[in-house]
Design a protein around this ligand. Structure first.
Ligand SMILES: C[S@@+](CC[C@H](N)C(=O)[O-])C[C@H]1O[C@@H](n2cnc3c(N)ncnc32)[C@H](O)[C@@H]1O
Length: 371
């Protein structure tokens, strides 16, 4: 972890340069100025063939097979890709008629999944039949009508897209990520409500773009972002945690109605450690939503820590065995496939299909012997 932290800090300095260089108007503009910018839904500047990026690691893609490791998420390229992925206008992300449109709005679909199942758990109807699952569970317009309550946690939130979406359904939302640059960008989005980013056309040719206005159902003020390591979350975030020195930051958070970990597991150095801590993050009868393409790579996770895919066992089976163990503390609810699309340049994309699994935290008051 010390090595990864050192990479993150070094890359964070580079990213600090990036935020100053790329977002000066946003860093020093007032929210009211940004409000005017929001009305300019699609503001494009002319293409530029000049790459002024002095940092060699910032050309590393977030895509698999291009290096990898935690430092990738501190880079200019990663910030641009994720701002576009989480907040970009769908038409700009995918201008191709024949492209996989169902892979758009990934963060919204992740947040909806958390809300749907919290609602079903609360109503006592948490087992979805296969037929209902096929048809698709109720979506956000239905959920919007209900009053907001509860606390949701988005672990590995990146630039915050799913965290903002969660505010449509939950009263309080916390997003945490290991990348200082991502958390800084998420906080900038929270403060300003819109971001400029660079979209790669081809090679070093880029366009400067502005994100669309956020959905009016999103309340940016009800989300907080912090840097934290999913494999070493502060004790005060955990169920039964005492009030250690870091409680000032995390003290009011302890029992989460919903915890989302989207495309996180196979980017962790010790995913089992994170999974086994989830019982102390989610309140009894609360919901854990894991979304992962199980894209295991040694750059992020040493092979002996992979939860599957290393021979013999599939990740979904390993995760089920861990979470349904006594110490794991969860019951399986349902599963789904969640496609996603990250644009690398105008003619190249990362298309993936994550496996979404929903888990209900066993209630120790009902199930004796649970943690
Ligand atoms: C593939 S991205 C997914 C981001 C976002 N959840 C999404 O679905 O778009 C993985 C994220 O996990 C974060 N991450 C990696 N290791 C982490 C750790 N140990 N603790 C917290 N976040 C971590 C990265 O910084 C990155 O934001």
């Amino acid at each position: 972890m010390a090595v990864t932290a050192a990479i993150a800090v070094a890359a964070g300095l580079a990213a600090g340069w990036y935020l100053r260089a790329e977002f000066p108007a946003l860093l020093f503009s007032s929210p009211s100025i940004a409000g005017k910018k929001k009305k300019n839904k699609k503001k494009k500047s002319t293409s530029s063939a000049v790459s002024q990026d002095p940092d060699p690691i910032s050309v590393t893609s977030t895509g698999v097979g291009d290096g990898g490791g935690p430092g990738v998420y501190e880079t200019k390229k990663a910030i641009d890709e994720y701002v576009q992925f989480h907040f970009g206008d769908p038409q700009e992300v995918l201008p191709w008629r024949d492209g996989p449109r169902e892979a758009l709005r990934f963060t919204e679909r992740c947040a909806d999944l958390c809300a749907e199942h919290c609602k079903l758990v609360a109503s006592g109807k948490w087992e979805i039949t296969a037929a209902e699952d096929e048809k698709g569970a109720p979506r956000s317009p239905h959920l919007h009508r209900s009053g907001k309550s509860g606390l949701a946690l988005d672990v590995g939130c990146a630039v915050g897209g799913a965290s903002f979406e969660l505010t449509k359904h939950f009263r309080d939302v916390v997003g945490v990520d290991f990348s200082q640059s991502f958390v800084t960008t998420a906080n900038l989005m929270k403060r300003v409500g819109s971001l400029q980013y660079t979209s790669v056309t081809e090679g070093t040719m880029v366009e400067s773009r502005q994100t669309s206005a956020l959905d009016p159902g999103i309340d940016r003020q009800r989300v907080e972002f912090f840097v934290a390591d999913a494999c070493a979350l502060p004790k005060s975030m955990m169920l039964g945690g005492s009030a250690p020195a870091d409680s000032e930051l995390f003290g009011k958070y302890g029992r989460h109605d919903a915890v989302l970990a989207a495309n996180l597991l196979c980017r962790l150095p010790d995913p089992e450690h994170f999974l086994m801590a989830c019982a102390r993050l989610v309140r009894p009868d609360g919901v854990l939503v894991l979304v992962s393409p199980y894209s295991w790579l040694e750059q992020w996770t040493p092979k002996h820590k992979w939860l599957g895919g290393g021979g013999g066992h599939k990740s979904s089976d390993v995760i089920k065995a861990l979470l349904e163990s006594t110490a794991g503390g969860f019951d399986f609810v349902t599963q789904n496939d969640l496609p996603f699309l990250i644009k690398e340049h105008d003619r190249k994309f990362q298309w993936g299909v994550s496996h979404a699994t929903v888990w209900r935290r066993r209630n120790p008051a009902v199930h004796t012997g649970e943690p």
